[in-house]
Design a protein around this ligand. Structure first.
Ligand code: ARG
Length: 459
């Protein structure tokens, strides 16, 4: 069959045009699923033998041929033929060259259920591997959380990109740990939806042959089995679920990427990047650029693009298999590869950067950052919050207008006084905010305790 004939040539006179092949063939990108495809074939022929559609001699010949095919592909010495339209045809073509018994391999099966099952296995494998890579990032971040908690480093917390209140750096970095832990959960959700065996649905409507899809599902380790063959061959929701989880993860990566770009700028100067995770300029010798953080920020666009492109392809597709579904693989592979690459680099960058404690802390040390703490001081002494807010706002206004020190105004104020003025000391009120989940030292300690358990349970 390596003469260029297709698997479906029986009904056709003459071969397909070059243009059709170029458009239609998916081998260039689906060959990376060869392991999953061969695993599916092994399970399928195992089942064919168990239900009596092939005998044990045929089974062992086919399994042997599949081992050879897998080995050739693994070793990269597989002889691809012009007729190999996709990975499924390539595997079957080569197996049949190795043993005639393999001509029975496709009994009771269609490429429609085969490809859907392969992509499910790919999704599961990718999710497991990406979860580990994401876990490494979370662990690296959490190590920095514990380190800066010990060192009691703080920085300005921002709202509207304006300095708001001094915050422990551990609290700030831990926020990203929570985001990424939710991404682990989201990947788990996508995994559950992928974990359904659909091999045995046939082309669309099942088969009259006495196959047993449950055997195949068990053999491949799937937890669930499809219930409707039409749905089984056309459902790609699990791909959308995975692309969505990777998009949200991408958004989180882009947020921390942007934050690191800002922090590495001369204007902020909050972090110093390790040389191994920064680049230089070909023209400006003084430059040290945060390319890793910029790409972390930028890759989100492509991840969201893969999701929206894929959903658009799905939209309006009638039951059941349509060739449009072949468009599931490239966005899926690209999003997985993109996230993997980015996570690894980001992890390295976060592990190796150093914090410019002096810059961070002095930016947070403006006495005005303690305004809320001053209001809280009055509230603790029975003043209504609105009144307290107005009193402190008045002092801030006066200090700015007169150019006088806020500390002096506070010290001299009848309701505030020297005790309240202590809140204006560098880093002043940051450890007083110990409400649940707050940024004070005790609240952060409780949070770290909880995080330590969750991080410890990661793969
Ligand atoms: N390469 C195809 C895909 O990825 C395999 C299924 C083709 N089925 C068919 N009946 N043409 O979707």
């Amino acid at each position: 069959m390596s003469d260029g004939n297709t698997l479906w040539h029986g009904r056709f006179v003459g071969g397909p045009s070059e243009a059709l092949r170029a458009l239609n063939d998916s081998l260039s990108f689906d060959r990376r699923m060869f392991r999953e495809d061969i695993a599916g074939s092994r399970a399928h022929v195992q089942m064919l033998q168990e239900v009596g559609l092939i005998n044990t001699a045929e089974l062992s010949e086919i399994l042997e041929a599949l081992d050879v095919v897998e080995n050739e592909m693994e070793e990269d010495n597989f002889d691809w033929a012009p007729s190999d339209e996709d990975i499924h045809t390539a595997v079957e073509r080569r197996a049949t060259e190795l043993t005639q018994a393999a001509a029975k391999m496709h009994t009771g099966r269609s490429r429609n259920d085969q490809v859907a099952n392969d992509v499910r296995l790919v999704a599961i494998n990718e999710i497991d591997s990406l979860t580990e890579v994401l876990a490494s990032l979370i662990k690296a971040l959490f190590a920095r959380v514990e380190e800066v908690y010990e060192q009691e480093i703080y920085l300005p917390g921002y709202t509207h990109m304006q300095r708001a209140q001094p915050v422990n750096l551990a609290h700030h970095l831990a926020a990203y740990c929570w985001m990424f832990l939710r991404d682990v959960e989201r990947l788990g959700d996508a995994r559950r939806r992928s974990d359904v065996s659909v091999l045995g649905a046939g082309a669309l409507a099942g088969t009259s042959l006495p196959i047993d899809p449950q055997i195949v599902a068990d053999e491949l380790g799937f937890s669930k089995l499809f219930m409707n063959s039409l749905d089984a061959v056309s459902d790609r929701d699990f791909v959308a679920d995975l692309l969505y989880s990777l998009s949200v993860l991408g958004v989180h990566i882009s947020k921390i990427g942007e934050e690191l770009c800002l922090w590495a700028s001369s204007e902020f100067n909050f972090v110093e990047l390790d040389d191994a995770f920064a680049t230089g300029s070909s023209m400006m010798p003084q430059k040290k650029n945060p390319d890793v953080a910029e790409l972390a920020r930028g890759k989100a666009g492509r991840l969201i693009g893969n999701l929206t492109g894929f959903l658009t392809t799905q939209k309006g597709l009638p039951l059941t298999y349509n060739k449009d579904l072949q468009e599931d693989k490239e966005p899926l592979f690209d999003s997985c590869d993109t996230v993997r690459l980015t996570l690894v680099a980001l992890t390295g960058m976060i592990t190796t950067l150093s914090f410019n404690v002096e810059s961070m802390q002095s930016s947070a040390d403006s006495p005005y950052a303690a305004a809320t703490d001053l209001a809280d001081f009055l509230v603790e002494r029975g003043v209504a919050f609105r009144e307290a807010h107005a009193t402190v706002a008045g002092l801030v206004r006066q200090s700015l207008a007169e150019g006088s020190e806020l500390a002096d105004l506070v010290t001299g104020h009848s309701e505030l006084g020297p005790q309240a003025a202590e809140l204006l000391q560098p880093g002043g009120g940051r450890n007083r905010r110990n409400s649940h989940g707050g940024g004070g030292e005790a609240a952060v300690a409780a949070q770290i305790e909880k995080l330590r358990d969750l991080v410890g349970a990661l793969p």
